[in-house]
Design a protein around this ligand. Structure first.
Ligand SMILES: [Zn+2]
Length: 210
């Protein structure tokens, strides 16, 4: 699976000691293969574990079971607690922002594709998913302001990156090798040589491979 979206959820549970393993049990009881979320962020109601701790659920290369209609193209993050009753803890927000930023970078997910579960309805309205996947849930909870979350993320410095800094030395070498290969076999595509030269001599390519 290659995720295009990040979907945020609440566990919608006010009891103590809720964590990845507890949710795993819930979801197995539904005859799922195990926890449907890719990540779980704990709150301050666990006796042994730390507020804000991130636990791994389903592996990110496996489709989750958390957002019907979008499971095959999204990652699911569940914050422990009940978003209709309480806001996430500060530690949860801190971990959440760090995790989302990391996933946005790793999977090239844009900010407008960081959504709350209830916002599947927006996707249905815009025909991105079928209207049969509309949800009546308030998840991640009425206390959770998704616009505020996206706004905070948009102000994050770590998301504003110089794209050229992303190309590491190994990739530069690979690109140089690819261009060398194209030049070596330029005789094989006589009708595309001008375009090849244009490409190789484009300032962006030069600056990228230097
Ligand atoms: Zn949800």
């Amino acid at each position: 699976m290659f995720p295009e979206y990040i979907v945020l959820h609440t566990a919608a549970f006010t009891g103590k000691n809720c964590d990845r393993d507890m949710i795993d049990q819930w979801h197995k009881a539904r005859n799922w293969s195990g926890i449907g979320y890719h990540f779980v962020i704990l709150n301050d109601q666990h006796d042994l574990k730390t507020d804000g701790e991130i636990e791994i659920g389903r592996l990110t290369n496996k489709a989750g079971a958390h957002a019907l209609g979008l499971n095959s193209r999204s990652l699911g993050i569940c914050c422990i607690g009940h978003g209709d009753k309480f806001d996430f803890t500060l530690a949860q927000y801190k971990s959440l922002y760090g995790l989302i930023e990391q996933l946005m970078t790793e999977f090239s997910i844009p900010l407008d594709k960081v959504i709350g579960h209830r916002e599947l309805n927006e996707l249905a309205k815009n025909n991105i998913i079928s209207s049969r996947y509309r949800t009546s849930k308030s998840c991640p909870g009425s206390k959770i302001d998704m616009d505020a979350i996206r706004n905070t993320l948009s102000q994050s410095h770590s998301l504003v990156k110089d794209e050229k800094a992303e190309i590491d030395l190994q990739s530069k070498l690979a690109m140089n090798n690819a261009i060398a290969t194209l030049q070596k076999y330029r005789g094989q595509f006589p009708n595309a040589q001008d375009e090849l030269d244009e490409f190789i001599n484009h300032p962006e390519i030069i600056s990228m491979t230097r």
